[in-house]
Design a protein around this ligand. Structure first.
Ligand code: TRP
Length: 494
């Protein structure tokens, strides 16, 4: 079988950056930075990026590049090579399945953005953006078990997302390598437009002050470190097998140390710059309303689909900025979404030897059908629950075990020797320490604290049953499926 490869370094770097940069940079990072001490959080973020983020990125790149396969395939090979007591192929499956769990709702958010691009043309949300989003668009019901109606405009948006995803990875790395030239640069250009537009609005400076004024005392708050670690993992898309798959498409003679540093910094810089776009605009709005920035600050869907539309209506050229804003969200999200699908597709191809397009369409159809749940009136609740469980328990289980398997069973030193043998700049010994101790310990702590919280009370005030169905059951099924798949014979053999 002809292996797909990146056509050059730029394709690989752009694709990885595209996977990393997503909604998390724009709608999550600025809020968390503000909440945990502004400038002080930035310092913590950089520390976590260096101690955990870059090492994890290099770890996944090393695995993929060394074993030239998807996450499950690579873990199977490395388990066999070192005669490990357990075949860790299951861990690779679990990682891509958790990512798949995320992409089922991530694509729904893309669907909302798609619809909002059209609503922007006539600023259809009118005066009451909140009512428009929750009632008109989502048709939000009063409880998780009251599904209400399916929102057809969202289904159409979702369908659009999946067609776009499928086409973007049609011939694997070959197609992705071309698509990312557009889908990575476009959101950057658009973001820049929003930074300039935001900073030239009255009240902008007040907003930026809220964002950056450091509160150094926050550095003593464990919740800040917890938030920084979660944000770094989610933002870099490590722990989902994506970076393993992407590195497996690297041609001989590629560098991975320099590239992981470059990619991590580009991701962090984008998050940092996003903060200016978000906070300058909020500063303007706060001034307009005669309130504090803290009173208008929101994150997540509320920021993008309620607060931002309100402000856009007040700008000259509202329709234009509206369309550009939602186009920015779409192009930010698309390469994160397809990176995961590609990681899953690569895994299925390695395992079953099936044709790429077949796997590609199969994954898309499955995700689309599951995604319909999120287009119902209870969709937002389920999205919230699944998001929490995938990103806390799923992600940190993978991060914990991945670092242990490589750090202790495979040998951090031996993996680092490999990474350094192919890279221009060597990674220092401290990497061993990070992979053996810092990553597993911090992952374990986050997992344990989330577990303690969940034992005390169900997530987000939802009924326990909803948490069991949308959280534990899914993770349990992923685990069983992962083990089941591991026991099947792997088609690819080289
Ligand atoms: N890194 C992306 C962001 O910052 C999101 C992301 C993380 C993601 N893991 C994922 C998207 C898995 C799809 C699947 O927004």
């Amino acid at each position: 079988m002809e292996e797909p490869k990146w056509s050059g370094r730029a394709s690989f770097v752009l694709a990885s950056i595209g996977s990393a940069i997503g909604l998390g940079n724009v709608w999550r990072f600025p809020y968390i930075a503000y909440k945990f001490g502004g400038g002080a959080f930035l310092v913590a973020y950089i520390i976590v990026l260096i101690l955990i983020g870059i090492p994890m990125l290099l770890l996944e790149f090393s695995i993929g590049y060394r074993f030239k396969g998807s996450a499950p395939y690579s873990f199977e090979k490395l388990s066999k090579e070192r005669r490990m007591p357990v075949n860790f192929e299951w861990l690779g499956w679990f990682a891509v399945l958790v990512g798949f769990g995320i992409v089922t709702y991530y694509s729904v958010i893309m669907g909302w953005s798609f619809d909002y691009m059209f609503y922007s043309i006539k600023t259809a949300w009118g005066e009451n953006t909140r009512e428009f989003f929750y009632q008109r668009v989502l048709g939000l019901t009063h409880g998780v078990f009251d599904l209400g109606r399916i929102s057809w405009p969202i289904v159409i948006g979702l369908l659009f997302s999946w067609v776009w995803i499928v086409l973007s990875i049609w011939k694997g790395a070959k197609t992705v390598g071309k698509v990312v030239y557009v889908t990575v640069t476009m959101p950057w250009v658009l973001l820049l437009i929003f930074v300039i537009r935001g900073l030239t609005l009255p009240g902008a400076l007040q907003g930026v002050n809220f964002y950056l004024t450091p509160n150094w005392k926050e550095l003593l708050n464990p919740a800040l470190w917890h938030a920084a670690i979660s944000q770094v993992f989610f933002s870099l898309t490590v722990g989902f097998g994506v970076m393993i798959a992407y590195a497996s498409f690297l041609p001989e003679g590629s560098d991975i140390v320099n590239n992981s540093i470059l990619i991590a910094l580009a991701d962090a810089a984008t998050a940092f710059v996003s903060g200016f776009a978000v906070f300058s605009t909020l500063g303007y709005y706060a001034q307009l309303q005669g309130v504090q920035v803290s009173e208008v600050m929101k994150s997540g869907p509320e920021l993008a689909f309620v607060t931002y539309p309100t402000i856009i209506s007040k700008l000259p050229l509202a329709s234009l900025f509206g369309v550009l804003f939602f186009l920015m969200l779409l192009t930010l999200a698309i390469d994160s979404a397809f990176s995961l699908v590609e990681a899953f597709v690569a895994a299925l191809m390695d395992k079953f030897g099936i044709r790429r397009q077949f796997a590609n369409i199969g994954v898309a159809v499955a995700a689309f059908v599951i995604g319909i749940l999120y287009t119902t009136g209870a969709g937002l609740y389920w999205l919230d629950i699944v998001d929490y469980f995938m990103n806390h328990f799923g992600l940190f289980t993978v991060a914990f075990l991945e670092s242990l398997v490589i750090g202790w069973l495979y040998g951090a030193q031996s993996m680092r020797d490999f990474a350094n043998s192919v890279s221009e700049r060597p990674m220092g010994t401290w990497w061993n320490f990070s992979v053996k101790f810092i990553v597993p310990l911090s992952s374990l702590l986050i997992f344990a604290s989330a577990l303690r919280d969940r034992i005390r009370e169900p997530y987000g005030g939802y009924p326990r049953l909803a948490e069991v169905l949308g959280g534990w059951l899914i993770l349990g099924v992923f685990l069983i499926v992962s083990i089941y798949l591991t026991n099947l014979k792997t088609k690819r053999s080289d």
